[in-house]
Structure formats: C-alpha cells, structure tokens
Unconditional design. Structure first.
Lengths: 319, 319
C-alpha cells in the first residue's frame, strides 16, 4: 500500500512510519515541524520507500499519485502549560489541525478511495465520570476550558470523519489513543511519565501533584502502533480505544520508576493548579479492540520502561 | 455601528437584521440561501442601511469597509430527518459552517477590531443529565451520533471563539440559543411547535412522539432577539443561555395549541425512532442572562402563539 501519514515527524507518527515501512509499504510523510522533530525521521531520509513533504495540514494538501491509506496524526498534543509547543499555547493551530486538517485529509482519502484513519484521543472523554471509559461514553468536556482547544478539535474531527463515511462512503476509522510512552517522546511534554523518568535519571525526587492518588494507564509505543495498524487493516468504522488498561496511581508509578532507575531520592508532593485541571482517572476499556482486532498490550510497564531508558539517557546526555 | 450578520436570511438572522436596523445601525447581511430564504429579507432590499452579499461562510469572506460587530448565525439548523435542509442531510456543510465559518468570521472580527457574537445552541448540552442547564454543564453529546454534526460543530465553534479571545484579544461573546418560535420559522423544520401548529390550523390531530411527557421550553423570537442584542452591547465573553425557562410537557403544549386554534381534533400518540433520539428534557437556567444582561422573556406562550398564527395561516394559504 501507499500510505500518507500526517504528523510523520511526531512521536507516534514516526513510529508508524517505521512500522509501515517495515511491513513493506510505501510511506508519504507530512509535517510542518511545529511540534514534530526532524530527528525523529532523519534515519528515513534516503529510504526509497519514504517520501517527505514539509507542509501544514491546515492548508490544502496536494500529494501526487494514488494513496491507499491516509492517517491523520498531525496536531500539537502536549498538555504542558509551560511548554511553548503545548496545545494551550498553540490554541488556534491546534483547532485548525483538528478541523481544517481533518477536512483536508478526508478530502484526500475521498479523492483517492483510500482507507482513512483519524488519530483521536482519550481527551475526548474529558474528566470522565464513567470508569473505565468505553467507546460509548459521551465524555465530560467543558467547551470553555483551556483544554477544550484540543478536546473539542478531536471531538469535531471524529464527527466530521463519520460524516464523510456516512455521506460520501469514505472507508474511515477512528482510534482513541490513551497515554503512550517510549523512545522519541517529548521529554518536555508535561505528562507524568517523562517528568518523572527525567527526574529519576537525574537523581532528583519525583514531583507528584496533589496526593498521588490520581491514576494513569501507560501504553508502550510498540503496543500502541500494533493496535493502530490492525485497525488500519480492518474494516471497522466506529471509534476504537487503544491503550493499556493496567491502571496505577501516580504514587505507585513513581515508586516503580525509582526502583527501575535505582533512584534513592524518593518523591515530593506539590500542590499545583495543574492537578485541578488534569483528569483524575483515565483507563481504556479495550473490549472492542480485543474483539474486533484481536489486540491487547503485550509489554508491561517494567519492560517498556527498560526499552525507553536508553533514549532518555541519550537526551539527558547521560549515555 | 456597522454590523455583519451571517445567516441573515434565516429565521433568527432576519429578525436580528430588523431589530438592529430599527436600532439605527447599518447591517451587512450574508447568506448562501442553502437553508435561508430570500422571502425573509426581501422587505429590506432598497433599504440604504442594509447591504447583502450571497456568500458561503465556509469560503474566505471579504467585506469592504470597517465592521464594528460580527454576528455568526449561518448554519443549517433543522433537526427534521425528513427535510433535505436538515443538518442530518447536510452534515458536511453543517460542520464547515461551524468550523470554517467560525474561523473566517473570527478572522474578520480580529482584522476589524469588532465585537464578535457566536450563535451557539442548547444542542451543545446534548441529552442533558443536569436539569435545567446552567452554562457550566459540560453536556452529554455522542460524537458518533447523527446529531453530532451540528452539536460538535457548535462545541468546536465555542472553543475556537474563546481561543480567539484569549490568544488574540478579540472581543468575543457566545449565546446559547434554546428553542425559539415566531414568524419566518421554517414550517418543515421538524420541531414540535411548527409541526403541531400546522396540524392544528389544518384541523388535524396533533402528532405526539412517545407519551408526550418529554418537555420543551419555547421562547418567542422577539424575546430572544432582545437578549441577543443585549449580549452584543455588553462586554461579556463567556457563554450565556438565552431562552424561555417556562417548561411544559409536549402533551400540555399540544393542548394549549388546540385551545388557541380552536382545533377539535385532539392528539395522536405515535411511536417513532425520532423520539429515542430527541432530548427528553431541555430548559435553560437563565440566571446569568438576568444578572449580566438584565434580561428575561416578556412574552408568554399564548401571546407568542397569537403573534405567530397569521404567518402560519399565510404559509398554509389559510389567510
């Protein structure tokens, strides 16, 4: 197949490029490098099965030749209010990537008769009142909140994707991606995992916002990519959660990180405005992924962290 | 002031034109007539304070001269699945009016330094689990449902509007409009009021989907327009509900209509797929409108229906 991936230089996009090239496909990558990084795809330059265009998906997309699949992964995605690359700080670009980018890529899929896959997110569930989250849960998102620029962009993108399926018969699919980690993730993206892993490798106490009872579920990137690719190859149209359902408290998680990295510095509890804004609990119900795709995560947290450590050490100049 | 109104040939847009022209403003109207009607604004042609452009808001908007206010009312809005003009049947146009149309009109307000007013809707609350609905209620909308093309477009539009306020300092406002009725409403728009009023005037029994216990709150258009204009003149940025909080069951409502029209044919109860999809209850909490705008509805259902009857009779050739 010939597959277009937007956001190809992002954390997930670049792993998808690797996986699909490895499966024998031709990949066309798009990225405007606002949050993506050249370093994530520099190893693909010169690969005759990989073509790259520097392009903003909010503008009209013209890609020469026929496409068999279009995967829309372009968007700012960092929830770190302190990062200039966070969606909070790129609010209009984030909404344009979700609305105009989805519209442009759906148009491309329609014109090419291609399979379409939208990268959606667990953020469409907002701060969930149902736990774990099934795909039928309508979510709890405040349209006026600072997170809404990302959440509502993805909610809009889902509805537009299904409108193209129903109205134009485009062969669409939607993956709702939960917390993911692994090599090439943004160390500054503001999520608990990179923050803590960085602190542990530097021998610092791990910062916990609030009392650490809030939970997270972390999926290793290879598991996630396997689930996404199975969805791409399937004929499913309705949203499918892909994530790791093993839930642990932030405190348990911090302890596991300190153990694996042999960090003796312990943890520090901090009251912070952020903790009020972050969802308290988030865990995917992956029944649909199991039934439709025969997929479930294979890599546990310890194994995943071990695979991720070399990348963090290199980025921190500790290698 | 010089005020741009998109959707100027629609039910609400055309009443807004009348009100603002009456208040001494200059009005620039835009409509592509997909769901708007020339008949709604034909009386304004030749008015030197009214300029009209036939234009689709999803395309770039260029309006010569300075604007003091931009009001974005363009969107398909009928929930009647049998109507070719319903948002169900114009799903992509509806999403484009909400996303691209809001983006284009916000850009215009930004360039002109104009006050911006977004027409949002009670539909952003979906099928509410909180009753009545305060502006803080995050809503219960299924992104994958057939109504989502309208609901998510408006949710997206709200978030984008606030992003322009926060990021670019645009002087934005958001009105969440509840059920409204009056002259120039679409007789075929599929809502309970026009359906029943039509049947009553034709001497037919009024159709009630389900058992009639589902409730509605209906606001007469003059009340609504007064609330919207007060919001425009204010400096409020966060969403404000405008609607009539007098709630009644569909059955009570049918009985009131039969009484006012002296229709002896009674009611018929029908089981129908639609009833499962319609929200069961919808009523605005208007505390914010009262406090910020000093606004509340003045026209009760009987008075409003009396003002609406001549229009319905004319449309039904009963005048």
């Amino acid at each position: 197949m010939r597959i277009l991936i937007t956001g190809a230089a992002g954390f997930l996009g670049s792993h998808l490029c690797d996986k699909l090239l490895g499966d024998g496909h031709d990949v066309v990558g798009l990225d405007n490098f606002i949050t993506g990084s050249e370093a994530n795809i520099s190893h693909l330059m010169g690969n005759e099965h990989f073509t790259f265009y520097k392009h903003d998906v909010s503008n009209y997309i013209f890609v020469p030749g026929k496409l068999d699949a279009v995967m829309h992964f372009a968007s700012p995605a960092s929830p770190n209010p302190l990062s200039p690359y966070a969606y909070f700080n790129l609010p209009i670009q984030t909404m344009k990537a979700g609305a105009l980018g989805t519209h442009n890529t759906l148009g491309l899929a329609k014109a090419s008769g291609a399979r379409y896959l939208l990268a959606s997110t667990s953020e469409i569930y907002g701060d969930p009142t149902e736990h774990p989250q099934k795909e039928t849960y309508p979510g709890n998102v405040d349209t006026t909140g600072p997170r809404a620029v990302y959440d509502e962009a993805k909610r809009f993108a889902e509805s537009l994707t299904l409108a193209y399926h129903r109205q134009h018969g485009v062969n669409t699919s939607i993956v709702r991606i939960f917390n993911t980690y692994g090599p090439r993730m943004d160390l500054e993206d503001g999520r608990a995992l990179p923050n803590m892993l960085k602190q542990a490798l530097l021998g610092q106490p791990l910062t916990i916002y609030g009392d650490g009872s809030q939970t997270r579920s972390f999926c290793y990137v290879d598991d996630l990519v396997e689930g996404i690719v199975r969805l791409l190859y399937s004929q499913e149209h309705m949203p499918v959660n892909i994530g790791n359902p093993t839930e642990m408290s932030i405190l348990q998680f911090a302890q596991a990180i300190n153990e694996i990295t042999a960090n003796p510095a312990g943890v520090t509890f901090i009251e912070h405005a952020r903790s009020a804004r972050d969802p308290q609990r988030r865990r995917p119900d992956i029944t649909r992924a199991q039934e439709i795709l025969g997929w479930q995560p294979q890599i546990d947290l310890r194994a995943g962290l071990q695979k991720t450590l070399p990348y963090f050490k290199e980025k921190l100049n500790l290698a």
